[in-house]
Design a protein around this ligand. Structure first.
Ligand SMILES: *[C@@H]1O[C@H](CO)[C@@H](O)[C@H](O)[C@H]1NC(C)=O
Ligand SMILES: *[C@@H]1O[C@H](CO)[C@@H](O)[C@H](O)[C@H]1NC(C)=O
Ligand SMILES: *[C@@H]1O[C@H](CO)[C@@H](O)[C@H](O)[C@H]1NC(C)=O
Ligand SMILES: *[C@@H]1O[C@H](CO)[C@@H](O)[C@H](O)[C@H]1NC(C)=O
Ligand SMILES: *[C@@H]1O[C@H](CO)[C@@H](O)[C@H](O)[C@H]1NC(C)=O
Ligand SMILES: [Fe+2]
Length: 456
Protein backbone atom coordinates (compact mmCIF):
# COMPACT_ATOMS: atom_id res chain seq x y z
CA UNK A 1 0.00 0.00 0.00
CA UNK A 2 2.78 2.45 0.89
CA UNK A 3 4.03 2.50 -2.70
CA UNK A 4 0.53 3.30 -3.94
CA UNK A 5 0.40 6.16 -1.49
CA UNK A 6 3.73 7.43 -2.73
CA UNK A 7 2.51 6.98 -6.28
CA UNK A 8 -0.50 9.19 -5.57
CA UNK A 9 1.61 11.76 -3.79
CA UNK A 10 3.89 11.86 -6.81
CA UNK A 11 0.92 12.15 -9.17
CA UNK A 12 -0.32 15.00 -7.11
CA UNK A 13 3.05 16.76 -7.27
CA UNK A 14 3.10 16.33 -11.03
CA UNK A 15 -0.28 17.93 -11.20
CA UNK A 16 0.75 20.76 -8.93
CA UNK A 17 3.97 21.33 -10.76
CA UNK A 18 2.14 21.83 -14.02
CA UNK A 19 2.61 25.37 -15.21
CA UNK A 20 0.29 28.30 -14.98
CA UNK A 21 -1.94 29.71 -17.65
CA UNK A 22 -1.35 29.40 -21.38
CA UNK A 23 -3.86 31.88 -22.71
CA UNK A 24 -6.06 30.58 -25.49
CA UNK A 25 -6.61 34.05 -26.95
CA UNK A 26 -5.74 33.87 -30.64
CA UNK A 27 -4.73 37.04 -32.38
CA UNK A 28 -5.37 37.38 -36.09
CA UNK A 29 -2.83 35.23 -37.89
CA UNK A 30 -1.82 37.69 -40.63
CA UNK A 31 1.81 38.77 -40.51
CA UNK A 32 2.72 42.27 -39.38
CA UNK A 33 3.27 44.80 -42.15
CA UNK A 34 5.47 47.86 -41.86
CA UNK A 35 3.81 51.25 -42.23
CA UNK A 36 5.00 52.79 -45.52
CA UNK A 37 7.98 55.11 -45.29
CA UNK A 38 5.89 57.91 -46.88
CA UNK A 39 3.65 57.92 -43.82
CA UNK A 40 6.46 59.53 -41.84
CA UNK A 41 7.67 62.58 -43.77
CA UNK A 42 9.87 65.08 -41.94
CA UNK A 43 7.94 67.97 -40.37
CA UNK A 44 7.30 71.04 -42.51
CA UNK A 45 9.54 74.12 -42.43
CA UNK A 46 13.15 74.93 -43.19
CA UNK A 47 15.50 72.71 -41.17
CA UNK A 48 12.68 71.76 -38.80
CA UNK A 49 13.71 69.72 -35.74
CA UNK A 50 12.44 66.16 -35.89
CA UNK A 51 12.71 62.74 -34.22
CA UNK A 52 12.54 64.34 -30.79
CA UNK A 53 13.15 62.04 -27.83
CA UNK A 54 14.04 62.53 -24.19
CA UNK A 55 15.53 60.36 -21.47
CA UNK A 56 16.58 60.86 -17.87
CA UNK A 57 19.91 62.67 -17.87
CA UNK A 58 21.41 61.86 -14.48
CA UNK A 59 21.16 59.35 -11.65
CA UNK A 60 18.59 61.19 -9.50
CA UNK A 61 16.08 62.57 -12.02
CA UNK A 62 17.01 66.27 -12.07
CA UNK A 63 18.38 66.24 -15.63
CA UNK A 64 16.93 65.44 -18.99
CA UNK A 65 18.74 64.56 -22.21
CA UNK A 66 16.87 66.10 -25.16
CA UNK A 67 17.74 64.62 -28.57
CA UNK A 68 16.59 65.55 -32.06
CA UNK A 69 17.67 65.64 -35.68
CA UNK A 70 17.89 68.49 -38.19
CA UNK A 71 18.58 68.02 -41.89
CA UNK A 72 21.24 70.76 -41.94
CA UNK A 73 24.14 71.62 -39.70
CA UNK A 74 23.60 74.41 -37.23
CA UNK A 75 24.28 75.33 -33.62
CA UNK A 76 21.30 73.76 -31.97
CA UNK A 77 19.87 74.69 -28.59
CA UNK A 78 16.97 73.89 -26.28
CA UNK A 79 15.04 76.75 -24.75
CA UNK A 80 13.03 75.71 -21.72
CA UNK A 81 10.97 77.14 -18.91
CA UNK A 82 8.64 76.06 -16.13
CA UNK A 83 5.12 75.60 -17.44
CA UNK A 84 3.42 76.99 -14.37
CA UNK A 85 5.94 79.36 -12.88
CA UNK A 86 4.66 81.40 -9.93
CA UNK A 87 7.06 84.18 -10.80
CA UNK A 88 5.89 85.69 -14.08
CA UNK A 89 9.32 87.20 -14.76
CA UNK A 90 10.82 83.77 -14.80
CA UNK A 91 13.37 83.78 -17.54
CA UNK A 92 13.69 81.18 -20.20
CA UNK A 93 16.85 79.11 -20.06
CA UNK A 94 18.94 77.90 -22.94
CA UNK A 95 21.26 74.92 -23.33
CA UNK A 96 23.34 74.32 -26.41
CA UNK A 97 23.34 70.90 -28.02
CA UNK A 98 26.29 68.80 -29.06
CA UNK A 99 25.77 67.62 -32.58
CA UNK A 100 26.95 64.48 -34.23
CA UNK A 101 26.28 62.53 -37.41
CA UNK A 102 27.33 59.23 -38.89
CA UNK A 103 27.57 57.38 -42.18
CA UNK A 104 26.31 53.83 -42.64
CA UNK A 105 27.16 52.16 -45.94
CA UNK A 106 25.72 54.70 -48.43
CA UNK A 107 23.47 56.45 -45.90
CA UNK A 108 24.38 59.72 -44.22
CA UNK A 109 22.45 60.72 -41.14
CA UNK A 110 21.04 64.15 -40.48
CA UNK A 111 22.55 66.30 -37.73
CA UNK A 112 21.83 64.56 -34.47
CA UNK A 113 21.63 66.92 -31.51
CA UNK A 114 21.88 65.99 -27.84
CA UNK A 115 21.45 68.57 -25.10
CA UNK A 116 21.43 67.85 -21.37
CA UNK A 117 19.29 70.12 -19.22
CA UNK A 118 20.56 70.09 -15.64
CA UNK A 119 19.38 71.29 -12.26
CA UNK A 120 15.67 70.83 -12.89
CA UNK A 121 13.18 70.96 -10.01
CA UNK A 122 11.53 67.72 -9.05
CA UNK A 123 7.91 66.99 -9.92
CA UNK A 124 7.64 70.02 -12.18
CA UNK A 125 6.28 70.49 -15.66
CA UNK A 126 8.60 72.15 -18.18
CA UNK A 127 7.99 73.38 -21.69
CA UNK A 128 10.85 73.20 -24.19
CA UNK A 129 11.35 74.60 -27.64
CA UNK A 130 13.61 73.46 -30.47
CA UNK A 131 14.47 74.94 -33.85
CA UNK A 132 15.35 78.31 -35.31
CA UNK A 133 12.90 81.15 -35.72
CA UNK A 134 10.41 80.98 -37.38
CA UNK A 135 10.45 77.17 -37.56
CA UNK A 136 10.22 76.14 -33.93
CA UNK A 137 8.48 73.22 -32.25
CA UNK A 138 7.33 73.04 -28.63
CA UNK A 139 7.03 70.03 -26.33
CA UNK A 140 6.79 69.47 -22.60
CA UNK A 141 7.69 66.97 -19.89
CA UNK A 142 7.26 66.52 -16.15
CA UNK A 143 10.26 65.71 -13.96
CA UNK A 144 9.99 62.83 -11.48
CA UNK A 145 9.48 63.47 -7.76
CA UNK A 146 12.47 63.37 -5.42
CA UNK A 147 13.74 59.86 -4.82
CA UNK A 148 12.21 58.27 -1.72
CA UNK A 149 10.91 54.95 -0.42
CA UNK A 150 7.18 55.59 -0.66
CA UNK A 151 7.08 57.80 -3.73
CA UNK A 152 4.57 56.32 -6.18
CA UNK A 153 5.43 56.16 -9.85
CA UNK A 154 4.10 54.46 -12.93
CA UNK A 155 6.10 52.96 -15.76
CA UNK A 156 5.02 51.68 -19.13
CA UNK A 157 6.87 48.67 -20.51
CA UNK A 158 7.32 47.97 -24.23
CA UNK A 159 9.76 45.80 -26.17
CA UNK A 160 10.63 44.91 -29.76
CA UNK A 161 8.40 47.64 -31.13
CA UNK A 162 9.35 48.09 -34.78
CA UNK A 163 7.12 50.16 -37.06
CA UNK A 164 4.25 48.03 -38.31
CA UNK A 165 0.53 48.70 -38.08
CA UNK A 166 0.63 46.47 -34.98
CA UNK A 167 3.41 48.62 -33.50
CA UNK A 168 1.11 51.59 -34.06
CA UNK A 169 -1.62 49.90 -32.05
CA UNK A 170 0.76 49.13 -29.19
CA UNK A 171 2.02 52.71 -29.08
CA UNK A 172 -1.46 54.20 -29.37
CA UNK A 173 -2.73 51.98 -26.56
CA UNK A 174 0.16 53.00 -24.36
CA UNK A 175 -0.34 56.70 -25.07
CA UNK A 176 -4.09 56.50 -24.48
CA UNK A 177 -3.44 54.96 -21.07
CA UNK A 178 -2.84 58.14 -19.08
CA UNK A 179 -0.92 56.46 -16.26
CA UNK A 180 2.52 55.97 -17.81
CA UNK A 181 5.03 58.60 -16.67
CA UNK A 182 8.16 57.03 -18.14
CA UNK A 183 8.69 54.04 -20.36
CA UNK A 184 10.98 51.09 -19.81
CA UNK A 185 12.02 49.99 -23.30
CA UNK A 186 13.60 46.54 -23.36
CA UNK A 187 15.38 46.72 -26.72
CA UNK A 188 14.89 46.29 -30.49
CA UNK A 189 13.75 49.70 -31.66
CA UNK A 190 13.43 50.25 -35.41
CA UNK A 191 14.23 46.91 -37.12
CA UNK A 192 16.06 48.90 -39.81
CA UNK A 193 18.46 45.98 -40.08
CA UNK A 194 15.71 43.81 -41.55
CA UNK A 195 15.99 45.94 -44.70
CA UNK A 196 18.62 45.62 -47.43
CA UNK A 197 21.85 47.38 -46.37
CA UNK A 198 20.21 48.04 -42.98
CA UNK A 199 18.38 50.94 -44.63
CA UNK A 200 18.97 53.58 -41.97
CA UNK A 201 16.09 55.70 -43.21
CA UNK A 202 14.07 53.26 -41.13
CA UNK A 203 15.85 54.59 -38.04
CA UNK A 204 14.56 58.04 -39.04
CA UNK A 205 10.97 56.92 -39.68
CA UNK A 206 10.93 55.00 -36.41
CA UNK A 207 12.00 58.04 -34.43
CA UNK A 208 9.29 60.11 -36.16
CA UNK A 209 6.73 57.40 -35.43
CA UNK A 210 7.38 57.27 -31.67
CA UNK A 211 7.92 61.03 -31.22
CA UNK A 212 4.37 61.55 -29.96
CA UNK A 213 5.45 59.71 -26.82
CA UNK A 214 9.25 60.01 -26.69
CA UNK A 215 9.19 63.83 -26.89
CA UNK A 216 6.96 64.08 -23.80
CA UNK A 217 8.20 61.47 -21.38
CA UNK A 218 11.54 59.72 -20.88
CA UNK A 219 12.03 56.37 -22.50
CA UNK A 220 14.66 54.34 -20.64
CA UNK A 221 16.63 52.58 -23.37
CA UNK A 222 18.00 49.05 -23.49
CA UNK A 223 19.97 47.74 -26.49
CA UNK A 224 18.72 44.63 -28.28
CA UNK A 225 20.16 42.57 -31.11
CA UNK A 226 18.54 44.86 -33.71
CA UNK A 227 20.70 47.68 -32.37
CA UNK A 228 23.97 45.86 -33.19
CA UNK A 229 24.02 46.72 -36.92
CA UNK A 230 27.28 44.81 -37.37
CA UNK A 231 27.59 44.17 -41.12
CA UNK A 232 31.20 43.68 -42.25
CA UNK A 233 29.96 42.51 -45.66
CA UNK A 234 28.97 46.12 -46.40
CA UNK A 235 31.90 47.62 -44.52
CA UNK A 236 30.11 48.26 -41.22
CA UNK A 237 32.32 46.90 -38.47
CA UNK A 238 31.42 49.12 -35.51
CA UNK A 239 28.69 47.45 -33.45
CA UNK A 240 25.80 49.65 -32.24
CA UNK A 241 26.81 52.57 -34.51
CA UNK A 242 23.37 53.99 -35.42
CA UNK A 243 21.94 53.29 -31.94
CA UNK A 244 24.72 54.93 -29.96
CA UNK A 245 24.77 58.01 -32.20
CA UNK A 246 21.02 58.49 -31.93
CA UNK A 247 20.21 57.43 -28.37
CA UNK A 248 22.21 58.88 -25.51
CA UNK A 249 21.82 57.64 -21.95
CA UNK A 250 23.34 58.92 -18.67
CA UNK A 251 25.77 56.03 -18.26
CA UNK A 252 28.59 58.07 -16.74
CA UNK A 253 26.32 59.06 -13.86
CA UNK A 254 26.40 55.43 -12.72
CA UNK A 255 30.18 55.08 -13.32
CA UNK A 256 29.60 52.84 -16.32
CA UNK A 257 32.16 52.86 -19.11
CA UNK A 258 29.56 52.14 -21.81
CA UNK A 259 26.12 53.45 -22.80
CA UNK A 260 25.03 49.83 -23.18
CA UNK A 261 24.79 49.24 -19.41
CA UNK A 262 23.93 51.80 -16.72
CA UNK A 263 21.49 52.59 -13.93
CA UNK A 264 19.12 55.34 -12.86
CA UNK A 265 17.01 56.08 -9.82
CA UNK A 266 13.47 57.28 -10.28
CA UNK A 267 11.02 57.93 -7.44
CA UNK A 268 11.10 54.67 -5.43
CA UNK A 269 12.73 52.55 -8.16
CA UNK A 270 16.32 51.68 -8.94
CA UNK A 271 16.63 50.59 -12.55
CA UNK A 272 19.61 48.65 -13.86
CA UNK A 273 19.98 48.27 -17.64
CA UNK A 274 22.19 45.46 -18.97
CA UNK A 275 23.41 44.50 -22.43
CA UNK A 276 22.77 40.96 -23.64
CA UNK A 277 25.09 41.64 -26.61
CA UNK A 278 28.17 42.92 -24.81
CA UNK A 279 30.65 40.75 -22.99
CA UNK A 280 29.51 39.77 -19.49
CA UNK A 281 31.99 37.05 -18.59
CA UNK A 282 34.15 37.39 -15.51
CA UNK A 283 36.70 40.25 -15.74
CA UNK A 284 34.73 42.06 -18.47
CA UNK A 285 33.72 45.71 -17.99
CA UNK A 286 30.02 44.87 -17.71
CA UNK A 287 30.65 42.12 -15.14
CA UNK A 288 32.91 44.35 -13.04
CA UNK A 289 30.43 47.21 -13.20
CA UNK A 290 27.46 45.09 -12.13
CA UNK A 291 29.45 43.50 -9.31
CA UNK A 292 30.08 47.00 -7.91
CA UNK A 293 26.62 48.27 -8.77
CA UNK A 294 24.44 45.90 -6.74
CA UNK A 295 25.96 46.81 -3.34
CA UNK A 296 25.25 50.50 -4.08
CA UNK A 297 21.50 49.98 -4.19
CA UNK A 298 19.98 51.30 -0.97
CA UNK A 299 16.57 49.68 -0.59
CA UNK A 300 15.70 52.10 2.23
CA UNK A 301 15.88 54.85 -0.37
CA UNK A 302 14.72 52.97 -3.51
CA UNK A 303 12.83 49.85 -2.42
CA UNK A 304 12.12 48.63 -5.96
CA UNK A 305 15.03 47.03 -7.79
CA UNK A 306 14.24 46.45 -11.47
CA UNK A 307 16.51 45.08 -14.20
CA UNK A 308 16.05 45.53 -17.95
CA UNK A 309 17.82 43.29 -20.46
CA UNK A 310 16.96 42.11 -23.92
CA UNK A 311 17.33 38.33 -24.09
CA UNK A 312 15.17 36.58 -21.45
CA UNK A 313 16.64 34.12 -18.95
CA UNK A 314 13.40 32.21 -18.45
CA UNK A 315 11.49 31.63 -21.66
CA UNK A 316 9.25 28.69 -22.46
CA UNK A 317 8.82 29.67 -26.10
CA UNK A 318 10.54 27.72 -28.88
CA UNK A 319 11.75 31.02 -30.32
CA UNK A 320 15.13 32.10 -28.94
CA UNK A 321 14.98 29.18 -26.55
CA UNK A 322 17.83 29.36 -24.00
CA UNK A 323 19.60 32.26 -25.75
CA UNK A 324 19.72 34.07 -22.40
CA UNK A 325 21.16 31.07 -20.57
CA UNK A 326 24.84 32.05 -20.45
CA UNK A 327 24.04 35.45 -18.96
CA UNK A 328 21.76 33.79 -16.42
CA UNK A 329 24.59 31.51 -15.37
CA UNK A 330 26.87 34.50 -14.84
CA UNK A 331 24.47 36.81 -12.98
CA UNK A 332 21.52 34.97 -11.49
CA UNK A 333 23.08 34.36 -8.08
CA UNK A 334 23.56 38.12 -7.67
CA UNK A 335 19.93 38.76 -8.62
CA UNK A 336 18.85 36.39 -5.84
CA UNK A 337 21.40 37.65 -3.33
CA UNK A 338 20.36 41.28 -3.88
CA UNK A 339 16.66 40.43 -4.10
CA UNK A 340 15.84 41.95 -7.47
CA UNK A 341 12.09 42.51 -7.66
CA UNK A 342 11.45 42.34 -11.39
CA UNK A 343 13.36 41.58 -14.58
CA UNK A 344 11.89 42.78 -17.89
CA UNK A 345 13.15 41.32 -21.17
CA UNK A 346 12.11 41.37 -24.80
CA UNK A 347 13.45 39.46 -27.80
CA UNK A 348 10.76 36.76 -27.84
CA UNK A 349 7.76 38.20 -29.67
CA UNK A 350 5.17 37.05 -27.17
CA UNK A 351 4.29 37.65 -23.53
CA UNK A 352 5.26 35.56 -20.51
CA UNK A 353 5.39 36.08 -16.73
CA UNK A 354 7.26 33.70 -14.43
CA UNK A 355 6.82 32.63 -10.84
CA UNK A 356 9.53 33.68 -8.38
CA UNK A 357 12.05 31.00 -9.15
CA UNK A 358 15.81 30.53 -9.24
CA UNK A 359 18.19 27.99 -10.62
CA UNK A 360 21.31 28.93 -8.72
CA UNK A 361 22.04 25.69 -6.91
CA UNK A 362 23.03 23.84 -10.07
CA UNK A 363 26.78 23.41 -10.27
CA UNK A 364 27.16 20.75 -13.02
CA UNK A 365 28.10 17.96 -10.62
CA UNK A 366 25.24 18.15 -8.13
CA UNK A 367 22.35 17.24 -10.44
CA UNK A 368 20.21 20.15 -9.18
CA UNK A 369 19.36 21.67 -12.53
CA UNK A 370 15.69 22.53 -12.04
CA UNK A 371 14.33 25.99 -11.28
CA UNK A 372 12.77 26.02 -7.82
CA UNK A 373 10.47 28.43 -6.01
CA UNK A 374 12.62 31.07 -4.37
CA UNK A 375 11.20 33.95 -2.32
CA UNK A 376 14.35 36.01 -2.94
CA UNK A 377 14.17 35.64 -6.71
CA UNK A 378 12.72 38.13 -9.18
CA UNK A 379 9.68 37.66 -11.36
CA UNK A 380 10.83 37.45 -14.99
CA UNK A 381 8.64 39.12 -17.57
CA UNK A 382 9.17 38.66 -21.30
CA UNK A 383 7.47 41.44 -23.18
CA UNK A 384 8.96 41.41 -26.70
CA UNK A 385 5.44 41.81 -28.03
CA UNK A 386 5.52 45.37 -29.39
CA UNK A 387 4.44 44.17 -32.85
CA UNK A 388 7.45 44.36 -35.17
CA UNK A 389 7.72 43.09 -38.75
CA UNK A 390 9.08 39.68 -37.75
CA UNK A 391 5.67 38.56 -36.43
CA UNK A 392 4.43 36.76 -33.37
CA UNK A 393 6.31 33.93 -31.60
CA UNK A 394 3.39 31.53 -31.38
CA UNK A 395 5.12 28.26 -30.57
CA UNK A 396 5.33 27.61 -26.85
CA UNK A 397 7.03 24.52 -25.45
CA UNK A 398 4.62 21.86 -24.20
CA UNK A 399 3.79 21.31 -21.49
CA UNK A 400 4.02 24.69 -19.79
CA UNK A 401 6.86 24.49 -17.27
CA UNK A 402 6.02 25.05 -13.62
CA UNK A 403 7.98 28.31 -13.49
CA UNK A 404 5.76 29.88 -16.15
CA UNK A 405 2.77 31.64 -14.57
CA UNK A 406 1.15 33.16 -17.67
CA UNK A 407 2.01 33.14 -21.35
CA UNK A 408 0.28 34.37 -24.46
CA UNK A 409 1.26 34.92 -28.09
CA UNK A 410 -0.20 38.41 -28.60
CA UNK A 411 1.07 41.95 -29.00
CA UNK A 412 0.70 44.50 -26.23
CA UNK A 413 2.29 46.64 -23.51
CA UNK A 414 2.41 46.65 -19.70
CA UNK A 415 1.93 49.18 -16.92
CA UNK A 416 3.83 48.89 -13.64
CA UNK A 417 2.14 51.04 -11.01
CA UNK A 418 4.33 51.33 -7.91
CA UNK A 419 2.14 52.38 -4.98
CA UNK A 420 4.56 52.44 -2.05
CA UNK A 421 7.52 50.49 -0.65
CA UNK A 422 5.58 47.23 -0.40
CA UNK A 423 3.02 47.11 -3.22
CA UNK A 424 3.03 47.51 -7.00
CA UNK A 425 0.14 46.74 -9.32
CA UNK A 426 1.03 45.33 -12.69
CA UNK A 427 -1.14 44.90 -15.78
CA UNK A 428 -0.41 43.57 -19.24
CA UNK A 429 -2.66 44.85 -22.01
CA UNK A 430 -2.90 42.79 -25.14
CA UNK A 431 -3.75 44.76 -28.30
CA UNK A 432 -7.41 44.15 -27.82
CA UNK A 433 -7.85 45.44 -24.31
CA UNK A 434 -9.09 48.78 -23.31
CA UNK A 435 -7.95 50.00 -19.95
CA UNK A 436 -10.55 48.12 -17.84
CA UNK A 437 -9.89 44.81 -19.59
CA UNK A 438 -6.48 43.35 -19.02
CA UNK A 439 -5.21 39.97 -20.09
CA UNK A 440 -2.77 39.55 -17.18
CA UNK A 441 -2.62 41.42 -13.89
CA UNK A 442 -1.10 40.88 -10.48
CA UNK A 443 0.08 42.62 -7.34
CA UNK A 444 3.84 42.46 -6.81
CA UNK A 445 5.17 42.54 -3.28
CA UNK A 446 8.54 44.13 -2.65
CA UNK A 447 11.34 41.62 -1.96
CA UNK A 448 13.10 43.80 0.61
CA UNK A 449 10.17 45.26 2.57
CA UNK A 450 7.46 42.64 2.14
CA UNK A 451 8.82 39.34 0.79
CA UNK A 452 5.52 37.49 0.99
CA UNK A 453 4.30 35.17 -1.70
CA UNK A 454 2.06 36.85 -4.25
CA UNK A 455 -1.21 35.04 -4.82
CA UNK A 456 -2.91 35.63 -8.13
C1 LIG B 1 28.13 70.74 -35.20
O1 LIG B 1 27.65 71.94 -35.76
C2 LIG B 1 28.62 72.96 -35.89
C3 LIG B 1 27.97 74.23 -36.40
O2 LIG B 1 27.45 74.08 -37.68
C4 LIG B 1 29.75 72.48 -36.80
O3 LIG B 1 30.77 73.46 -36.86
C5 LIG B 1 30.31 71.17 -36.28
O4 LIG B 1 31.22 70.66 -37.19
C6 LIG B 1 29.20 70.16 -36.06
N1 LIG B 1 29.76 68.97 -35.44
C7 LIG B 1 29.55 67.77 -35.93
C8 LIG B 1 30.20 66.65 -35.20
O5 LIG B 1 28.85 67.56 -36.92
C1 LIG C 1 22.38 52.34 -51.31
O1 LIG C 1 22.84 51.22 -52.02
C2 LIG C 1 21.82 50.31 -52.41
C3 LIG C 1 22.48 49.12 -53.11
O2 LIG C 1 23.48 49.52 -53.97
C4 LIG C 1 20.79 51.00 -53.28
O3 LIG C 1 19.74 50.11 -53.58
C5 LIG C 1 20.25 52.21 -52.59
O4 LIG C 1 19.36 52.92 -53.42
C6 LIG C 1 21.36 53.12 -52.15
N1 LIG C 1 20.81 54.20 -51.36
C7 LIG C 1 21.24 55.44 -51.51
C8 LIG C 1 20.62 56.45 -50.58
O5 LIG C 1 22.07 55.78 -52.32
C1 LIG D 1 -2.12 54.65 -35.82
O1 LIG D 1 -3.19 54.54 -34.92
C2 LIG D 1 -3.96 55.73 -34.79
C3 LIG D 1 -4.96 55.52 -33.69
O2 LIG D 1 -5.69 54.36 -33.88
C4 LIG D 1 -4.62 56.05 -36.12
O3 LIG D 1 -5.33 57.27 -36.01
C5 LIG D 1 -3.55 56.17 -37.18
O4 LIG D 1 -4.14 56.35 -38.43
C6 LIG D 1 -2.69 54.93 -37.20
N1 LIG D 1 -1.60 55.11 -38.14
C7 LIG D 1 -1.42 54.29 -39.14
C8 LIG D 1 -0.26 54.59 -40.01
O5 LIG D 1 -2.12 53.32 -39.33
C1 LIG E 1 28.60 21.21 -6.15
O1 LIG E 1 27.63 20.42 -5.49
C2 LIG E 1 28.18 19.30 -4.80
C3 LIG E 1 27.02 18.43 -4.29
O2 LIG E 1 26.16 19.20 -3.47
C4 LIG E 1 29.07 19.80 -3.66
O3 LIG E 1 29.65 18.70 -2.98
C5 LIG E 1 30.17 20.65 -4.27
O4 LIG E 1 30.95 21.21 -3.24
C6 LIG E 1 29.60 21.76 -5.13
N1 LIG E 1 30.68 22.44 -5.83
C7 LIG E 1 30.86 23.74 -5.77
C8 LIG E 1 32.03 24.26 -6.53
O5 LIG E 1 30.12 24.49 -5.13
C1 LIG F 1 0.77 50.25 0.16
O1 LIG F 1 -0.16 50.15 -0.90
C2 LIG F 1 -1.07 49.10 -0.75
C3 LIG F 1 -1.88 49.03 -2.02
O2 LIG F 1 -2.43 50.27 -2.34
C4 LIG F 1 -1.92 49.33 0.47
O3 LIG F 1 -2.83 48.24 0.64
C5 LIG F 1 -1.01 49.41 1.68
O4 LIG F 1 -1.76 49.71 2.82
C6 LIG F 1 0.03 50.48 1.47
N1 LIG F 1 0.97 50.48 2.57
C7 LIG F 1 1.19 51.55 3.29
C8 LIG F 1 2.18 51.40 4.39
O5 LIG F 1 0.64 52.60 3.07
FE1 LIG G 1 15.57 40.77 -30.21
Amino acid sequence: MWFLAIFFVLMHIVELSNGGVTSNYVRKPEPSVDMPIEMFPPPAGHNAPEQVHITQGDHEGRSMIISWVTPLKHHGAVIYWEAEAKDSNQKKCKVRSRNTSYKYHNYTSGHIHHATIKGLKHDTKYVYELGQHPVTRRFYFTTPPKVGPDVPCTFGVIGDLGQTFDSNQTLEHYISNPKGQALLFVGDLSYADDYPFHNNERWDTWARFVEKSTAYQPWIWTAGNHEIDFAPEIGEKIPFKPYTHRYHVPYQASKSSSPLWYSIKRASAYIIVLSSYSAYGKYTPQYDWLEQEFPKVNRKETPWLIVLLHSPWYNSNNYHYMEGESMRVMFESWFVQYKVDLVFSGHVHAYERSERISNVRYNITDGLSTPIKDASAPVYITIGDGGNIEGIANSFTESQPSYSAYREASFGHAILDIKNRTHAYYTWHRNQDNEPVVADSTWFFNRYWYPEEEHN
